[in-house]
Design a protein around this ligand. Structure first.
Ligand code: GAL
Length: 354
């Protein structure tokens, strides 16, 4: 029996195997926590999806039972989720109206690097799966964000603006990436889902070549974008988004944009999901805070029945041997409306009793 969290250590499941659920998402459903994440294999190859999305369950958050693979990659070379694609940051939410569990993830088509920048959707009537892949796409084709300026609501004619190649000098705003991608849909990479108290669900993802996040309302059945979205943290290159709600306000943790290498975390607060979002800086304090103690955010979990208790969850990536990636969970402290994260070698849920 495990009785504490030990960031960075191997974390054995009920079979004694290190938990294999990276870039994880969490669902609390009928008294049980579900952890969904990327199943990685050994070596660099483990950064592509060879197995799928792994699911674990727990009642106490320390001890996790292996529930197997919730969504399997396909052997069909024509499938968007064929083995060898990149399938990252899966998140599952429950739709009370349809009684379906809906999974969204970041999908890169096999052999295309990170160019495809798509969102994948899968569904299941059973929380642990198996999930059925529905489709992948780029969100919000032909729809303008509610806060786009008239200049941004233009589809540039070829030759009108410099082509974005990844290397440029000056401001990213010189490219109207929103307009460039309007017809085919907006790029969607690192992502999370957030369900509000009223049941409205939001898809939050790194778009516009990772330069700007989009916050996009989902349809009532959570299967597609509802057609309303906003651009936030314009030109700030944020990734690894995670959101929670505390005392009526929305809190955000994310990272900068340096691939598998850690950087300084970002945080922000807003009174509405649509913004305005106020940046609150790096929530980490103390030694190695400038690299988020080696981690990159993936989720903020409210501890059930525990009012103000939120766990900020991070991956400690090991890209050269992906299966060895570790997890770092830290309690969120709120100081003057700001989130603060202190590294702890070992801790348990009693931090909220004192
Ligand atoms: C990170 C991202 C990961 C993965 C990685 C690939 O920035 O958060 O999910 O996509 O880049 O380099």
């Amino acid at each position: 029996m495990l009785t504490q969290f030990t960031p960075g250590a191997l974390w054995p499941d009920d079979k004694g195997v290190h938990i294999n659920a990276h870039g994880g998402g969490f669902l609390y459903h009928e008294g049980v926590y579900y952890w969904f994440g990327e199943h990685k294999i050994a070596g660099w190859a483990g950064n592509q999806a060879h197995v799928g999305v792994h699911c674990y369950t727990s009642r106490d958050l320390y001890n996790w039972e292996d529930q197997g693979i919730a969504l399997r990659v396909s052997d069909d070379p024509d499938s968007d989720i064929v083995r060898g694609c990149v399938l990252e940051r899966p998140k599952v939410i429950y739709n009370a109206k349809t009684r379906q569990f809906v999974m969204w993830f970041h999908l890169e088509l096999k052999g295309q690097g990170y160019r495809a920048a798509r969102s994948g959707v899968a569904v299941s009537n059973s929380v642990t799966g198996p999930y059925t892949f529905v489709r992948s796409f780029r969100p919000n084709a032909g729809i303008w964000p509610i806060n786009a300026t008239p200049e941004q609501r233009q589809v540039p004619t070829p030759g009108d603006q410099p082509e974005f190649t990844g290397s440029y000098s000056g401001d990213i705003a010189q490219f109207n990436l929103l307009g460039r991608d309007s017809a085919g849909g907006q790029m969607a990479r690192d992502m999370t889902l957030f369900v509000d108290e009223d049941g409205a669900a939001y898809h939050v993802f790194a778009s516009e070549e990772n330069s700007t996040l989009h916050i996009s309302l989902l349809s009532d059945d959570y299967l597609e974008p509802a057609g309303k979205y906003a651009r936030v943290f314009e030109g700030r290159f944020m990734e690894a988004p995670a959101i929670c709600k505390r005392q009526g306000r929305y809190y955000f943790i994310g990272s900068g944009c340096t691939g598998w290498a850690p950087n300084a975390a970002r945080s922000a607060v807003a009174d509405s999901m649509w913004g305005p979002w106020t940046e609150l800086g790096n929530p980490c304090v103390g030694e190695n805070s400038e690299i988020t103690f080696g981690g990159q955010s993936t989720y903020i979990l409210p501890v059930a029945g525990c009012g103000d208790a939120f766990i900020a969850m991070f991956d400690l990536w090991r890209p050269e041997n992906a299966i060895d990636g570790r997890y770092m969970w830290l309690p969120v402290e709120f100081e003057d409306e700001r989130m603060v994260l202190r590294y702890r070698e070992a801790w348990d849920l009693s931090v909220w009793n004192s």
